[in-house]
Design a protein around this ligand. Structure first.
Ligand SMILES: Nc1ncnc2c1ncn2[C@@H]1O[C@H](COP(=O)(O)OP(=O)(O)OP(=O)(O)O)[C@@H](O)[C@H]1O
Ligand SMILES: [Mg+2]
Length: 375
């Protein structure tokens, strides 16, 4: 069992406030990804969990054992926490072969020779580097070294694994292979994994939940599905999804019962019950969010459709991206397969009202989520 709870973690480097009141619970067996742009504090969070950095305030528990309590000046030493780490810069022993690097932890754990060989070979073949077992790290490419580092961390079937951008040096194909290996490993071993990446596709495909950081603050912790369908803020909405979410300016008005939104897509009315927050009797600027695949394009006019102009068409084999222009704003639609539209052609588009995200521009917060029943 491995469960980690971070409460009220603050970390400063000099005057630089790097982690701001971070609260995060990582459940047993979870694949939790810390996602966010460069410099937002992902590596620092891992280092604080591993015990390589001391936060100025906060409490961390590991399986109900307190490992950090700043009020009591208690910091359990890294070695006692028993965590397996793979760093952004993979520190391999230069004087040991690949085999010995991976076997190192197992030898310390005093396993039999035959057992060690079996575990090392299995970890190396998973990472597709068994043929390099006899080489030294200096004789390997960056991507190969990175896979040795992962093999070393997984060889002992750890209960808890901390991985900091472990696939960053791999080419596109290997990265997809390794993602699939990590996903299988997680399922087979039931390991709790804390994974750092700034690649949102990686986060969406691997994780059971994602914690999204901006400038040391966690803005949302949710399943990949929820983060994608209902981003908690405009910042998260902009960060998740490729191609990006479409954002459209609108005007919002509430009375005591309903929210009325007017935009280039027309007028939409939502019941109070559909809203996550409901400021009564106010008018404010809002932003409508909808994903490229949620747009339906037709050449026939229908009552609820709005007129748009095709700005450009980008076929990409399995899908076609269509840039549309609507009342001076452009956005992107995605359709499966090859679609033929002419540049400057007039089309009629609809976006299902239930799927719209409505954000309050005053604070960027999601006020009307998508209705998941409709997806
Ligand atoms: N040892 C250090 N001393 C001083 N400042 C540091 C130190 N380590 C990190 N920082 C600063 O703390 C902030 C967060 O850094 P961190 O390494 O956690 O970012 P990150 O989210 O992992 O980014 P990346 O995706 O680029 O790896 C940055 O502003 C960084 O410059
Ligand atoms: Mg980092």
């Amino acid at each position: 069992m491995s469960k980690i709870v971070l409460q009220g973690i603050n970390k400063f480097y000099g005057t630089n406030h790097v982690l701001k009141d971070v609260d995060l619970t990582i459940k047993d067996g979870e694949f939790m990804t810390l996602l966010g742009p460069s410099g937002c504090g992902k590596t620092t969070t891992l280092r604080v969990i591993a015990g390589l950095e001391r936060p100025q305030s906060g409490v961390i528990t590991l399986d109900d054992r307190v490992i950090v309590n700043t009020e009591e000046q208690y910091f359990e030493p890294p070695a006692k926490r028993g965590l397996n780490l793979v760093f952004q810069s993979y520190a391999l022993w230069p004087h040991m072969t690949v085999f010995d690097n991976v076997a190192f932890g197992l030898k310390v754990a005093k396993q039999s020779r035959a057992e060690i060989k079996k575990l090392v070979d299995s970890a190396l073949s998973r990472m597709q580097i068994l043929e390099y077992a006899g080489r030294y790290p200096s004789e390997l490419s960056g991507g190969q070294q990175q896979r040795v580092a992962i093999a070393r961390a997984i060889a002992s079937s750890p209960k808890l694994l901390l991985l900091d951008e472990p696939l960053s040096n791999l080419d596109a194909k290997l990265r997809i292979d390794m993602r699939s290996e990590l996903k299988r490993l997680h399922q087979e071993m039931g390991t709790t994994i804390i994974y750092v990446t700034h690649d949102q596709v990686e986060a969406l495909t691997l994780s059971t939940r994602i914690a999204i950081f901006f400038e040391g603050v966690i803005e949302q912790v949710d399943t990949p599905m929820e983060v994608y369908q209902n981003p908690a803020t405009l910042r998260v909405a902009n960060f998740i999804g490729n191609p990006r979410i479409n954002l459209l300016e609108g005007k919002a008005k509430t009375d005591s019962k309903q929210l009325t939104v007017t935009s280039a897509l027309g007028t939409h009315v939502f019941a109070r019950e559909q809203c996550a927050v409901f400021p009564e009797n106010t008018a404010f600027d809002c932003t409508l969010g909808f994903r490229p695949e949620q747009i339906t394009i037709s050449r026939q006019e229908t009552p609820d459709a709005v007129r748009a102009i095709v700005y450009s068409v980008m076929p990409a084999g399995s899908e076609t991206l269509i840039q549309l222009s609507l009342s001076g704003q452009t956005f992107l639609a995605k359709q499966l397969g090859i679609k033929r539209y002419e540049t400057d052609e007039t089309v009629y588009i609809t976006v299902p009202q239930e799927l719209l995200n409505i954000f309050d521009q005053r604070n960027g917060a999601l006020m009307k989520p998508a209705d998941s029943e409709e997806m």
